[in-house]
Design a protein around this ligand. Structure first.
Ligand code: ATP
Length: 402
């Protein structure tokens, strides 16, 4: 699939003010960035615009401030880290109203190739509602808008969509291009066999992903908490395992759909069980592995079992394209992380194109040290899921077509 959008390569930004929506929504602990992947991922576009002599004005949200400005959601630490990574000054325009006196002054003083970072866009209550006047205020700073925040592209907010009501010259950045190319090719024109692996907590979160991927893939693997609703739909006892009774019919429908389409739907054949959910989540826990038709009524399934690890790894071995979203068990606990690790390992060992759809599975792959063995790790959890559902993301739709 070819992305038919104007890209930064099509722009001539020399001397122009360019507003770039990045995804700098990084994890922070006591004001320290604990993972700067999203900042690193934004560098190619920023460097390109600097090299082309643009005046680069960056904006992003960070976290979920509820009632306007809050120090702990300030983008100040991002400005420092970004400046280190770029090896040049990044002026942080610290305005509670985002586009305030500091921002206007900083922008007015820019030379070609300079970089300014605005304060957290969610300090403005209009942002998540895509309301004026914030969209026009943001737009008033620049002549060109570049969308490079894939992780926020599934939201129509002022800084991802509304701003394009006022800036007509628009483009996508390199990160957006890369994300869309990988995810788009995997889903629309995969090299087959195409194996999709879904895990995570709830079936309800991934209804449309399951349905869409069933149509596109050759084999759909389901693990994690969501597998137990499927097992229950097969008439199995699942004990205290996570189940969504309202989705049992849906799971039956999906199993029928797989059969009709001639697709393989793989579910766990054994599972790691314990007397209950670990508390705290990483506490030591007594576990054993049983077949999925032998789960005692007073036990809870918390990870896939050893036979399932092999079954899933075998399916991955024969694949040419693999897309994975969601952990296979309660991977936050080392005793219950084995299933997730085994899937990560299987993906690391194959020559297939391997795509990790963000969120917990991306975190797990990075944490386990397999990151450089994957073809692509998406920076967007929710956004990549919506993409895999086949939805049009608003942050992509608003950008000019080529
Ligand atoms: P994100 O939404 O951040 O992209 P994700 O899609 O990768 O994440 P989620 O649906 O959020 O995954 O689910 C991840 C959570 O599911 C983890 O916290 C994990 O502990 C939990 N989980 C996985 N397997 C089980 C299980 N068998 N029982 C209960 N919880 C589980």
């Amino acid at each position: 699939m070819k992305l038919n959008k104007v890209t930064v390569d099509d722009l001539n930004v020399k001397g122009k003010k360019v507003l770039v929506r990045c995804d700098f929504n990084v994890p922070l602990k006591d004001g320290v960035i604990t993972n700067d992947n999203r900042i690193t991922a934004a560098l190619p576009t920023i460097k390109k615009l600097i090299d082309d002599g643009g005046k680069v004005i960056l904006c992003s949200h960070l976290g979920k401030p509820k009632n306007g400005p809050e120090d702990k959601f300030s983008l100040a630490p991002v400005a420092v880290r970004l400046s280190e990574l770029l090896g040049k000054e990044v002026v942080f325009a610290n305005d509670d109203e985002v586009v305030g006196e500091n921002a206007k002054k900083a922008v007015a003083q820019m030379n070609d190739g300079d970089v300014v970072l605005l304060q957290n866009t969610r300090f403005r209550k209009e942002e998540t509602k895509n309301l004026e006047p914030f969209s026009s205020e943001l737009a008033s700073l620049a002549e060109v808008f570049v969308m490079d925040a894939f992780g926020s592209a599934h939201r129509a907010h002022c800084s991802t969509a509304g701003v394009t009501d006022h800036i007509k010259e628009t483009a996508v950045g390199y990160l957006m291009q890369k994300e869309i190319n990988y995810l788009g090719n995997a889903v629309e024109t995969p090299v087959r066999p195409f194996v999709a692996i879904l895990g995570g907590a709830k079936v309800a979160d991934k209804l449309n992903v399951i349905s869409n991927l069933l149509e596109k893939c050759d084999t759909l693997i389901i693990g994690g908490g969501m597998a137990y609703t499927f097992l229950k739909a097969q008439g199995k006892e699942v004990g205290l395992s996570l189940v969504d009774d309202s989705k049992i019919d849906y799971c039956k429908e999906m199993m029928d759909k797989a059969e009709k389409l001639g697709k393989k739907l793989l579910l766990p054949v054994d599972t790691t069980i314990a007397a209950g959910f670990p508390d705290p989540i990483d506490a030591p826990i007594d576990v054993k592995v049983v077949d999925t038709d032998k789960i005692p009524a007073d036990m809870e399934g918390l990870d896939i079992g050893t036979k399932t690890q092999e079954l899933f790894a075998d399916a991955v071995k024969s694949a040419k394209t693999v897309v994975w979203n969601g952990p296979m068990g309660v991977f936050e606990n080392p005793i219950l992380a084995k299933g997730t690790i085994s899937v990560a390992q299987a993906l690391a060992e194959t020559d297939a194109t391997t795509i990790i759809g963000g969120g917990d599975s991306a975190a797990a792959v990075i944490q386990l040290g397999f990151a450089d063995k994957m073809s692509h790790i998406s920076t967007g959890g929710g956004a990549s899921l919506e993409y895999l559902e086949g939805k049009t993301l608003p942050g992509i739709a608003v950008i000019a077509d080529k």
